[in-house]
Design a protein around this ligand. Structure first.
Ligand SMILES: [Cu+2]
Length: 121
């Protein structure tokens, strides 16, 4: 009996946590922070994001650059957190990550291009 009560309390807590993180991230573009922010880069070439899996610290600004000759790409978060729109060759796009988490993203022009950014708090 007490086990069941404990479990539903845990579920409620997890749900509240997920809800809280969703609402705090729903404002669209992550804001820029000052202080200990660092930078990291992802290159888009050969129809791939390089590196395909990137781990950064909270506060890091990630810059994508389209290094593909003659091909437009995008960087688009699966959950809509960011969307670069069309990046022509040579174009760049920046996102600053203020929330820890695992962010999967893709190219909306070539959806088989997929990659992940892990933000550690
Ligand atoms: Cu693409």
């Amino acid at each position: 009996m007490s086990k069941r009560i404990h479990r539903s309390a845990l579920v409620a807590l997890v749900a509240a946590t997920i809800l809280a993180s969703c609402s705090s991230g729903s404002t669209g573009q992550p804001t820029t922070t000052t202080g200990s922010a660092t930078a990291s880069a992802v290159s888009i070439e050969d129809f791939r994001f390089q590196p395909p899996e990137l781990t950064v610290s909270v506060g890091t600004t990630v810059t994508w650059r389209n290094d593909e000759g003659g091909i437009a790409h995008t960087t688009t978060a699966d959950d809509g957190t960011w969307n670069s729109g069309t990046l022509q060759p040579g174009d760049t796009f920046e996102v600053t990550f203020d929330q820890p988490g695992t962010y999967t993203y893709f190219c909306s022009i070539h959806p088989s291009m997929q990659a992940t950014i892990t933000v550690e708090g």
